[in-house]
Design a protein around this ligand. Structure first.
Ligand SMILES: Cc1cc2nc3c(=O)[nH]c(=O)nc-3n(C[C@H](O)[C@H](O)[C@H](O)COP(=O)(O)OP(=O)(O)OC[C@H]3O[C@@H](n4cnc5c(N)ncnc54)[C@H](O)[C@@H]3O)c2cc1C
Length: 469
């Protein structure tokens, strides 16, 4: 074992880890340290040691050792986060939960699933759907990201407008505190008002308060059918007016995605087709409605009427599953397609009250012009959460500098629009400098006191969320 790279860790500490987990689960080779030193943000520093505990007791053992030796420890799920949350920035231990990956129980009587943190979200969905149940949160990363990471980030997705985000489904947790103690919060009951709501304090805490080792999730019955529609518009304003009209028509779609013209062009280029929508399309809505068959037919008709009344240039209905897949393909291809625009993406999940989406797009237009940047946008129109992707060439220092200036203008602008700088991806270290824009000094001070109460030694995921934490 070569420990030459470790500037802060003692050999005794590493020997302690090996005694606890077995040598195979304490990795210090460069390839592993590098692989666990990045997430989807693609910035970070290698871990000093990567550990792979098998169960809660081992997680607690590692944390106690880290507390004893004052070594930073960073929990990691699948590493798909966009803000560097799972990446060490002060060296130390990356604690991967990948061996805690069992679906422990589907309790059909109580509409509950109990899982270890590293169950892949899509796998859980498939498993519960086989017995007629439904776990709605659907981050686009659902084939890679895991429930523990989704809980730690309070992940959302296209279905959030109708079904809510991850937090609406978390009933209880088992977690290891930064002092090594194990706590259980909540439980299988849907009503529980005993004491502070620690469960929901941990949801979205980005691995800074505790390491989640078990999750009790609420399930709902699987909607029997769904229908997919695609509507195109010659302005973002018309598309947003369609969203308002749909709600006025008393329909809450299961998914309601908005894609702008620049994003559509990227997908068309990637798929090698001339165009994916009628000429002059500036905004496209993808909509799912779900429920019992009669309601779905009626709601789909109301959605179409609302889109046409708002000025849709075309409304398509998928007639079968393969057409549904085809309509959704454009959304699924977005991430890959944007790589053709530029290799590096500063992906911001800005959120505004949905009536203010046109103002957000106007802000983006202005930023595009002022800073000469490519900024394709798409996102969840139903809940006002728009992904604003600043595309840059990593070798172009001037473009990167302009992009960083543009970020500041966008974040200030979004707050002025009564929005928030992150709807899904969290803060990690990449958005940390902007916290003072988003929260008052009093709120930040209170959050830091909460952090100190959980983590008096400051060893759990330090350097995240708050400047100088
Ligand atoms: C292509 C792509 C599409 C995406 N689409 C979406 C989307 O639609 N919606 C969305 O919300 N996000 C999306 N994301 C972002 C990302 O997938 C989510 O933030 C996801 O919830 C992260 O899960 P993960 O398992 O990869 O967590 P990681 O990246 O491993 O960790 C994320 C954070 O959670 C903490 N953490 C992880 N596991 C635990 C645990 N057991 N206990 C305590 N803390 C823990 C880490 O310390 C870190 O701070 C996308 C990412 C990609 C790459």
């Amino acid at each position: 074992m070569n420990l030459a790279h470790m500037t802060t860790l003692t050999p005794e500490f590493v020997i302690g880890l090996r005694d606890l987990l077995g040598p195979a689960y304490v990795r210090t080779d460069e390839a592993t340290r590098t692989a666990y030193g990045v997430d989807a943000l693609k910035r970070g520093t290698p871990a000093d040691v990567v550990v792979l505990p098998a169960n809660t007791a081992e997680v607690a053992g590692v944390v106690k050792l880290c507390a004893q030796y004052r070594v930073p420890v960073v929990p990691r799920g699948a590493g798909t986060g966009y803000t560097g949350g799972a990446v060490p920035i002060r060296g130390g231990v990356v604690l991967s939960l990948e061996r805690l990956n069992r679906l422990l129980e589907i309790d059909e009587a109580n509409l509950v699933a109990v899982v270890e943190p590293n169950v892949v979200t899509g796998d859980l969905q498939e498993a519960v759907e086989k017995v007629g149940l439904f776990y709605p949160p659907d981050p686009a990363s659902l084939k890679q990201s895991v429930i523990g990471g989704n809980v730690a980030e309070n992940a959302g997705g296209p279905r959030a407008f109708k079904y809510g985000t991850t937090k609406q489904y978390v009933l209880g947790l088992e977690a290891v505190l930064p002092t090594g103690e194990i706590i259980e919060t909540g439980g299988k009951v849907v009503k529980n008002v005993v004491g502070y709501d620690l469960t929901h304090l941990l949801v979205g805490s980005e691995g800074t308060l505790a390491i989640i080792t078990k999750i009790i999730l609420r399930l709902v019955p699987k909607p029997p059918v769904q229908a997919t529609l695609r509507a195109t518009f010659s302005s973002v304003e018309a598309a947003v007016e369609a969203v308002s009209a749909i709600v006025r028509n008393r329909v809450v779609p299961a998914a309601l995605e908005l894609i702008d013209g620049e994003s559509l062009e990227a997908v068309a280029q990637n798929l090698g087709v001339r165009s994916l929508a009628p000429e002059g399309t500036v905004a496209l809505l993808l909509l799912d409605v779900d429920g019992v068959p009669a309601a779905v037919t009626e709601e789909a008709a109301r959605v179409e009427a609302a889109c046409l009344a708002a000025g849709a240039t075309e409304v398509l209905h998928a007639r079968d599953e393969s057409e549904r897949e085809e309509l959704w393909r454009v959304r699924r291809e977005l991430s890959l397609s944007l790589k053709l625009v530029a290799p590096l993406k500063f992906n911001h999940d800005l959120v505004v009250p949905k009536g203010r989406i046109p103002e957000l797009f106007a802000l983006v237009r202005q930023v595009r012009e002022d800073f000469r940047l490519r900024i394709p946008c798409f996102g969840h129109a139903g809940d006002g959460n728009i992904h604003v992707n600043i595309m840059v060439d990593p070798d172009d220092a001037d473009e990167i500098a302009r992009a960083h200036k543009a970020e500041h203008v966008l974040f200030s602008g979004v707050i002025a629009l009564e929005g928030a700088i992150s709807g899904e991806h969290g803060i990690g270290f990449s958005k940390m400098p902007f916290m003072p824009l988003a929260l008052s000094p009093e709120e930040i001070a209170l959050m830091k006191r909460v952090k100190a109460a959980f983590d008096p030694l400051g060893i759990l995921n330090p350097g995240k969320m708050f400047p100088e934490s």
